[in-house]
Design a protein around this ligand. Structure first.
Ligand SMILES: NC(=O)c1ccc[n+]([C@@H]2O[C@H](COP(=O)([O-])OP(=O)(O)OC[C@H]3O[C@@H](n4cnc5c(N)ncnc54)[C@H](O)[C@@H]3O)[C@@H](O)[C@H]2O)c1
Length: 348
């Protein structure tokens, strides 16, 4: 049984405590939060044996095998590096970091310590997304030439996020589709351009549109907003559409359907995705249990730190494009990080 620690007992931290309670490979042994009272409350409510007010104290006082980091987007590097240096494996919430320098530091720490770090882009564990991935890997679409993806949430979501003014649809939401896109297309993003539609100053009043070009010439259009109307039928509006040389696939969480056009079929088929609808926590538990199962079996869970750095580089380049209103060459903007993120791919 793996002894787990948790850093951060907010919205996602609670989900990790619950996921650990049904994990056959792990036991939540300790948790910590800068808010010591919150840490104690959660530990008492869910039977976690130890609660602390800092990562350092938790590492000092409790023997652990791995730690889950569920702090805000901008506060992942510090706890992640401390845990890696302490010889522990890490499951880090998405995105790995909002800074390319910090994400690079995490990658170097992983390399130096030889520990494992998985970035939890939980949407990879939705059954419908996994089916779509298998379909693409099996060659049903041929070479991917174009992708359209969006992830939107309701404006009210930001009211429950205490650090909403320190994130944006780009970092909070588009990080998911950027991870999915680079996972499925498996090509380097070379050039990006992004623009914001903006009403007022609140982060929930921003809509981001982005254009990405891959090294093989494939392109993608991504969109994200926290402006979905309150009475929209789904809290999460996620659409992943891919067009290839042989076929196309369009997964729409909003419509709960998937349309597939293959080379050998004249029409499109409708794919029911009720499993995601009826038990929204299932995909979440799967992502947590996948991490501990990999560790228990000596496997390296994905996406790893290098993958997390690649996603952060794309997002930071998009942020630079928003700031400068210019198209951005990703490798030219981040030469050292590009070397770190792609050296293995370049050598292959
Ligand atoms: N809220 C969501 O819907 C959602 C969904 C998917 C992923 N995530 C990701 O999960 C992460 C956490 O988000 P959240 O919504 O749970 O945030 P949250 O604000 O609810 O919780 C974060 C917790 O971390 C604690 N914390 C901050 N710095 C700390 C430190 N150095 N040491 C110990 N504790 C610290 C805070 O006190 C707080 O209790 C983010 O990276 C976010 O992008 C959130």
């Amino acid at each position: 049984m793996l002894e787990l620690g948790l850093v951060g007992v907010g919205v996602m931290g609670l989900r990790y405590v619950k996921a650990a309670s049904t994990d056959p490979n792990a036991h939540m042994a300790a948790l910590c939060d800068l808010n010591a009272a919150a840490a104690k409350d959660v530990a008492a409510s869910y039977g976690v044996p130890a609660a602390y007010d800092s990562v350092e104290t938790m590492l000092d006082k409790t023997e652990l095998d791995a730690v889950i980091i569920a702090t805000p987007d901008f506060a992942h590097r510090g706890p992640a590096c401390l845990c890696l240096e302490a010889g522990l494996d890490v499951l880090c919430e998405k995105p790995l970091s909002t800074s390319v320098e910090e994400a690079s530091e995490v990658v170097r720490t992983v390399e130096r310590t030889g520990r494992k770090l998985m970035v939890n882009f939980g949407n990879r564990h939705r059954l419908s997304v996994q089916r779509m991935e298998r379909m693409v890997r099996a060659g049903a679409l041929g070479d991917i030439r174009y992708a359209y993806m969006c992830l939107n949430e309701k404006a009210v979501k930001t009211a429950t996020l205490p650090w909403a003014d320190r994130t944006s649809p780009l970092w909070f939401l588009l990080s998911h589709v950027t991870d999915f896109l680079t996972w499925i297309i498996d090509q380097r993003v070379v050039r990006v351009y992004a623009a914001n539609g903006k009403i007022g100053t609140s982060p929930d009043m921003v809509t981001t549109a982005a254009l990405l070009t891959f090294e093989n010439g494939a392109t993608a259009t991504l969109e994200s907003t926290w402006n979905t109307p309150e009475h929209y039928p789904r809290d999460i509006d996620l659409r992943l559409a891919l067009q290839g040389s042989k076929g196309a696939v369009d997964l729409d969480m909003g419509q709960q359907g998937l349309v597939l056009a293959e080379e050998t079929r004249s029409g499109a088929i409708q794919w029911d995705m009720t499993e995601d609808q009826t038990d929204p926590d299932d995909w979440w538990n799967r992502s947590c249990h996948y991490f501990t199962r990999c560790l228990a079996n000596g496997m390296t869970p994905a996406p790893d730190a290098v993958s997390g750095l690649r996603t952060t580089m794309v997002l930071a380049a998009l942020q630079h494009s928003l700031d400068t209103e210019q198209a951005v060459d990703v490798a030219a903007l981040f030469p050292e990080a590009s070397e770190l993120a792609y050296s293995a791919m370049d050598r292959a």
